[in-house]
Ligand binder design. Structure first.
Ligand code: 13P
Length: 251
């Protein structure tokens, strides 16, 4: 079973339109040669999605949003819906990022509803799970990610195109990466949980990205693990050369 490596850059609340379009123009040139070997996506802030989509036309880089609302439209001041994201050229939506859970009250139940909205709009989710340092130290990592995966996927028929991102909260933006062994252990466990829900055949096709301080110099080791199928990159996706180095680590 071969799972095509998938690397996504999560820009978080960074980049003006001018900065965002300059970044993807540079990135296009750097990653054009990995076309078939690695799938690449970038997730700019909402304001830059449309201009970035234009700047990515005829490229091999896809567009992702960082969240969406669960309803298609309505009185939800400040929110953006999945059909709106589809219209501006997104293919993917990152859901359940730990920063959304921590700062914006997102729960497994809201993530579940947002996945439904995403799929209904013709988009695919990148579903983030991961334990806090406290949970890891209490030996609760596998329990926490099991609950998050089951909660997110509840009620969905098997879908091998869904992507899961394992992002240990303590590794995000801290420079502390999980060791490849720690990450592989959790990835293998997540695949087992998906297998319990959707069967082994689908579980063998679902891609699981690792996220948390991925850089050019640790990417090859992480991406070389049997159950690590790509990366969800924050800080190092903000510079074209740094992000390209991660993409090329697998290519
Ligand atoms: P860093 O790569 O900056 O640690 O961020 C990871 C992340 O949260 C990606 O979604």
């Amino acid at each position: 079973m071969s799972r095509r490596c998938f690397v996504t850059g999560n820009w978080k609340m960074n980049k003006t339109v001018a900065e965002a379009t300059a970044l993807v123009r540079e990135l296009r040139g750097l990653v054009s040669m990995v076309r078939d070997r690695v799938e690449v996506a970038v997730a700019p802030p909402f304001t830059a999605l449309y201009p970035v989509a234009k700047a990515l036309e005829d490229s091999n880089i896809a567009l992702a949003a960082q969240t969406c609302h669960a309803e298609p439209s309505g009185a939800f001041t400040g929110e953006v819906s999945a059909p709106m994201l589809k219209e501006v050229g997104c293919s993917w939506v990152i859901l359940g990022h730990s920063e959304r859970r921590q700062f914006f009250g997102e729960t497994d139940a809201t993530v579940n509803r947002k996945i439904a909205a995403t799929v209904k709009a013709g988009l695919l989710p990148i579903i983030c799970v991961g334990e806090t340092l406290q949970e890891r130290e209490a030996n609760k990592t596998l329990e926490v990610v099991t609950t998050q995966v089951k909660g997110a996927l509840a009620g969905f028929a098997a879908n091998p195109a869904f992507v899961i991102a394992y992002e240990p909260v303590w590794a995000i933006g801290t420079g502390k990466t999980a060791t490849s062994r720690q990450a592989q252990e959790v990835h293998a466990h997540i695949r087992q949980v998906v297998g319990g829900l959707w069967g082994q055949d689908t579980a063998a096709q679902v891609r699981i990205q690792y996220g948390g301080s991925v850089k050019g110099d640790n990417a090859a080791e992480l991406l070389g693990q049997p159950d690590i199928d790509g990366a969800l990159v924050g800080g190092a996706s903000l510079k074209a050369a740094d992000f390209a180095a991660i993409i090329k680590a697998r290519a």
